[in-house]
Structures are given as C-alpha cells and as structure tokens.
Design a protein around this ligand. Structure first.
Ligand SMILES: NC(=O)c1ccc[n+]([C@@H]2O[C@H](COP(=O)([O-])OP(=O)(O)OC[C@H]3O[C@@H](n4cnc5c(N)ncnc54)[C@H](OP(=O)(O)O)[C@@H]3O)[C@@H](O)[C@H]2O)c1
Length: 353
C-alpha cells in the first residue's frame, strides 16, 4: 500500500516539477476531489501553476469546484468545457476538438500531462443502446474513454512527463468474458456485472496495445478502482431504486465508516498517479528493478506502462483471468473491435457488432 505520507511527498514533487496541464472528464465526485488536491498541493508547496479543464454536462458543479479551487490557488487556470452527452462518440469528438483548439492558443506549450476519465456513474441498469449503437453504460465507462485517449493523443504525446492517463472505474474485477460478443448484444449475456467484467478486460487489453505503440512516450496508462468514495454519484436518481435503498439505508449506516475512502484522500491518491511511480513502457523493452518506488504493471513486471490499480495505488490485476485465453490474440481482437466501432460511428453508421 502506498501510504498517505508517501502520497503527499509524491504530490509535492509533481506540483514542483512543472506546471501541469490536466483534463478531467467529469465535473463531479472523484474528478472534483482530484482538482482540489492539485490546487491544495500547489498552494502548500510552491507549485509551478497549472491549467485545468473540466468537461461535463452541467455548468453549476464545475463552477462550484472551480471557484473553490481558485480561492485555494489563484495562480491556477481553470476552464469548463460543456459536453451534452459523453456516451455519444460524436460528442466526445467535438469536445476533444474544442480542447485541442483551446490548448493550441498556448502555442509550443500546448499539451496534456494528466488526463482523468471518470464520467458515468449509473450502474445496475439494463442494456440501453445509444443512437450510435453502443450500450450507454459501456460507452460511458469504456468506449468513450478509449475514444478520448485516441482523439487527445496529439496533445498527450507532447507532454514531457510523459502524460498520465487515468480511467477511474473497476480495475481488478475481471470475471467472465464472451470473446465473440464483446458488445454483449445477446441479451442473455447482458447484466451490469457482465458488462463491467468486459469493460475491465477491454481496458487492460486496449491500453496495453497503446502502451506498445507509444513506448516511452505515453503513460503510465492507468485503470483504477477508487474504493468506495461517498460522493454525489450515489444519490444519482438514474440509479435503480433498490440500489439507492440498500445503499443509503443499510450499507452506509452499517459499513460506511469501515470500508470507504475519504474524498480528500481519494483526490490526493489520484493526483499521485502523475508521479514517476507509474512510468510509461520502456522504449528498449528493458525491465525495471522491482522496488517500492515503481508500480507493478499488468504484465507482472515493474514499470511496464499499463497499471491496474486498487484504491491504495497497488497492482490489483486479476492475472489468472487472462490465463484462460491467448492474450496476444485477445488484445488484437479488442483493438479491432473498438476501432471498428469508432470507424463505423465516424462514417455516420450505427455500430452493430
Ligand atoms: N465513487 C465510488 O465509490 C466509485 C467506486 C467504484 C467505481 N466508481 C466509478 O468511478 C467513476 C467516477 O466516480 P464518481 O464517484 O466520481 O462519480 P460521480 O460523482 O457520479 O461523477 C460522475 C460524473 O460523470 C458525469 N456523467 C454521467 N453521465 C454522463 C453523460 N452521459 N455525459 C456526460 N457526463 C456524464 C456526471 O455528470 P452529471 O453531474 O451531469 O450527472 C458526473 O460529473 C464512475 O465511473 C464510477 O462508476 C466510483
């Protein structure tokens, strides 16, 4: 476990090393805690400044967190970017184009050092397709996120950090996989838990391909389970009624204090993912020594560029789950499936595979 005092040291080094350009897809919970951690660490440790973009549907929560963080650290630059519905790939494309335009104004300095994707929180819903043919939940928590990385790659590759990519969801919860029905079109395959399992496998496999394509230049590419972090997401009216009752009337009163991660700690931990503890895949294929200072990657080696993490910053990959198939083949399959979805939608078609 990465201890909190170590997290604080890592964050001090991060904010003192360079002015961070950070993009958050979400105006709520964990994204807002991370932005607050960035402002707080910068104010307390002589940070070098930062530019932060918050992308979301509603201006109000973004304005609230931005005004709070501006008060903490007036040298920070903040910008809200409106996105109507991030489950649509065409919305993602429009928003990413807007971010690229905004960053271009910085000239040579245009870049992204830290990208957090934490959009979507509605869970345990039945399958519902977007107008583009992807299940809404799977799009918010997987497809839209991989599309964001692809679209923002030109800016991510300009970071000298190199750029960290953080997808906040459910790393480590791999279960069953239907290789011939990755979209879970067959309704007898679909449940929220099954969709979650597919999204977790697909995160690991897609990110591994990206890490290989951009050795030394992109990453760590991180998928993280944040722990249970009590925030506005759990009062979301889109959540099924049974879930809200069990959560608010039974789970939180009985176990809340024991098993939850405090929002402040969560934000600080998320910021520390920008530290050298999570490096990109080495250019020459060399292996790092296993030490406390370097995280274990999804292939079991130290510092290998893709990280499946639990709330405390340590590896939580369900490695056994990947032994059930040929990983190279599955990596290609997931890449082809995902890029095919993007190509179909970009061509104005509905994705049907
Ligand atoms: N918090 C936890 O305990 C926990 C545990 C495990 C996994 N996770 C996962 O971690 C991620 C972040 O969690 P969180 O607690 O920060 O969630 P959250 O507070 O619910 O924030 C989610 C954000 O996503 C936005 N969003 C939802 N649907 C959208 C859509 N169609 N288009 C654009 N934006 C949309 C929400 O915007 P609106 O305000 O407009 O709704 C909100 O800003 C989620 O994917 C969640 O499932 C969280």
């Amino acid at each position: 476990m990465v201890k909190l005092n170590e997290v604080h040291s890592l964050n001090t080094a991060v904010v003192q090393s360079r002015p961070l350009v950070a993009v958050f897809f979400s105006t709520g919970g964990i994204a807002s805690y991370t932005l607050r951690a960035l402002a707080t660490a910068s104010a307390a440790n002589g940070g070098k400044g930062f530019r932060a973009y918050m992308v979301g549907r509603k201006a109000k929560p973004a304005e609230d967190i931005i005004s709070e963080c501006s008060a903490i650290y007036p040298q920070g630059q903040f910008k809200f970017v409106k996105a109507d519905d991030l489950s649509l790939i065409r919305t993602v494309d429009r928003v990413c184009a807007e971010i690229i335009q905004l960053e271009k104004k910085e000239g040579q300095d245009a870049r992204i050092d830290y990208l957090m994707m934490a959009q979507g929180g509605s869970i345990f819903l039945p399958r519902k397709d977007t107008a583009e043919g992807i299940d809404v939940t799977m799009s918010l928590m997987y497809y839209s996120r991989m599309r964001i990385i692809m679209k923002l790659l030109p800016l991510l590759l300009k970071s000298t950090l190199p750029a960290r990519v953080v997808s906040v969801y459910a790393a480590g919860i791999e279960a069953k996989l239907y290789p011939d029905d990755l979209s879970l079109r067959d309704l007898s395959h679909y449940s929220y838990s099954q969709a979650r399992s597919h999204m977790v496998y697909m995160h690991t496999l897609f990110l591994e391909t990206l890490a290989e394509q951009h050795r030394g230049k992109l990453g760590g590419l991180i998928h993280i389970f944040p722990g249970l972090v009590l925030g506005p997401g759990f009062s979301n009216p889109e959540l099924p009624r049974w879930f809200r009752i069990v959560w608010h009337w039974i789970f939180v009163p009985l176990f809340g204090r024991l098993v939850t991660v405090k929002p402040t700690d969560c934000g600080e931990r998320m910021l520390s993912l920008a530290s050298p503890r999570y490096p990109p895949r080495p250019v020459d294929g060399s292996k790092s020594q296993k030490t406390e200072e370097i995280a274990i990657g999804t292939d079991g080696g130290a510092g290998t560029g893709v990280y499946s993490l639990t709330w405390n910053g340590e590896n939580n990959l369900n490695a056994k789950a990947y032994e059930k198939f040929n990983k190279d083949e599955m990596r290609r399959k997931v890449w082809d499936h995902t890029t095919k979805a993007f190509d179909a939608i970009e061509a104005g078609k509905i994705f049907i595979e």
